[in-house]
Write a protein of this length. Structure first.
Length: 129
């Protein structure tokens, strides 16, 4: 099993980072934006964007031997406080069974003006190198 994975985001190579890295039992997922599959538009709703962020993060976790129930911390960055309930509802659907400690912060902007949310995830999963 690799100790790092990429997701295909154009920013990973350009800015010199990986989507996720395993360090022992810890799996750290970088700030994950709602980048859609190639050729698709960014979803318009904060809820759908958070679901997309979560799916990208969960895929990275899986590639490193972790699962949503292993998540112990999340950080959500939103640009509009009015989106908090939509983002929170999506977070509960994605990670609610794990009940991680969570932070939601309102920021002035994200890298792409179409993005309403960005997500960071940390998990603890036995089996690391």
């Amino acid at each position: 099993m690799s100790d790092a994975v990429t997701s295909g985001s154009p920013y990973e190579q350009r800015y010199g980072f990986v989507r996720a890295r395993r360090v022992g039992d810890r799996v750290l997922v970088a700030g994950t934006a709602p980048i859609p599959p190639s050729g698709q538009e960014v979803a318009p709703s904060a809820y759908d964007q958070m679901i997309r962020c979560g799916r990208i993060a969960i895929e990275a976790l899986a590639e490193l031997g972790a699962a949503p129930q292993d998540v112990v911390r999340t950080r959500m960055f939103i640009i509009d406080p009015a989106d908090a309930d939509e983002v929170g509802r999506a977070h509960a659907e994605l990670f609610g069974t794990a009940a991680p400690v969570a932070t939601m912060v309102v920021v002035a902007a994200l890298l792409d003006p179409a993005w309403k949310v960005e997500l960071e995830v940390e998990a603890v999963a036995p089996g690391g190198g």
